[in-house]
Design a protein around this ligand. Structure first.
Ligand code: PAF
Length: 282
């Protein structure tokens, strides 16, 4: 049975006991509305660490004024049942006041990674993510923290924050969970109508096509990006970006760079969908 804790002091006390017993602690931060992709993260955590902690906190600081903070699905009972079934030991589910007792003041910014791609369309989003993740890391003080590779830019921001601030936590990226038709698992898929859900596979199709172009030696990245974008737009979505970048720091790659990632975001009805594919150039 997963034990639910709402307060920082109570969680710290519980985890201190485990630390004294030299048990390793793993942490999976989430915003809830858990799906099979989250369960991959939980499984990785439970398998690797003696004690596993998940958090559910819909972080107001990472939502823009016109985004879906109020509408974001809150499904605590169903989430808790899933966490229990995976053998997660603790669920930390704080209130906004617990995390931001005096509002927002000190903030964590990772400027080299935060204002491009997702960050260009969602100003302040990654500062909100980095700030809340730093707070959660300070609360949980886990040995390892697990993040999905679907949110590739988020993972890059967090890795860089951890490295810059010398935080004593290892970050483990977990592969993107997908439905049989290739659609990446995401809480925001629940915003799609049936028709829109039929259309959504076009995103991963375009990413796979672009990755195959690169592995088969096409060096015209500009043309691949344009075609990828067209492919998604023709499917009835509105592409925000479709970009080939260096896997490590998300800068535009030269042809000597081999480790690449293709990232895309597209609007489909009410849902902003993001996805990516990692690719090694020949
Ligand atoms: O990926 C998410 O669910 C959130 O951005 C995170 C990492 C839990 C921070 O609020």
């Amino acid at each position: 049975m997963t034990q639910v804790i709402h307060e920082i002091a109570a969680l710290r006390e519980a985890l201190n006991e485990h630390r004294l017993n030299r048990q390793s602690i793993g942490f999976v931060p989430t915003m809830g509305n858990l799906h099979a992709g989250h369960m991959d993260l939980m499984r990785a955590c439970v398998q690797r660490c003696d004690i596993s902690v998940a958090s559910i906190f819909v972080n107001p600081m990472q939502f823009g004024p016109n985004e879906d903070f109020d509408a974001y699905p809150r499904t605590l009972d169903a989430d808790l049942a899933q966490l229990s079934s995976q053998g997660v030991d603790y669920l930390f589910a704080p209130t906004v006041r617990e995390i931001y007792p005096d509002g927002v003041n000190t903030q964590i910014e990772v400027p080299s990674l935060s204002n491009i791609l997702e960050g260009a369309s969602r100003p302040g989003h990654f500062t909100g993510v980095a700030t809340v993740v730093a707070k959660l890391f300070n609360i949980v003080q886990s040995d390892v923290a697990f993040f999905g590779r679907k949110d590739y830019q988020q993972l890059a921001v967090i890795r860089r924050m951890v490295s810059d601030l010398l935080l004593p936590v290892e970050i483990q990226g977990v592969p993107t969970g997908r439905d049989a038709d290739g659609v990446a698992l995401s809480s925001r898929n629940s915003y799609l109508s049936q028709d829109e859900r039929q259309t959504a596979p076009v995103i991963y199709q375009a990413l796979r096509w672009a990755a195959e172009q690169i592995t088969s030696g096409n060096l015209d990245y500009g043309q691949i990006e344009r075609s990828g974008r067209e492919h998604i737009d023709q499917g009835g979505l509105k592409t925000d970006y479709f970009e080939i970048r260096c896997a490590q720091n998300l800068t535009a790659p030269g042809h000597s760079q081999k480790s690449l990632v293709i990232l895309t975001a597209a609007q489909l009805g009410k849902a902003r969908l993001i996805d990516n594919i990692e690719v090694t150039a020949p």
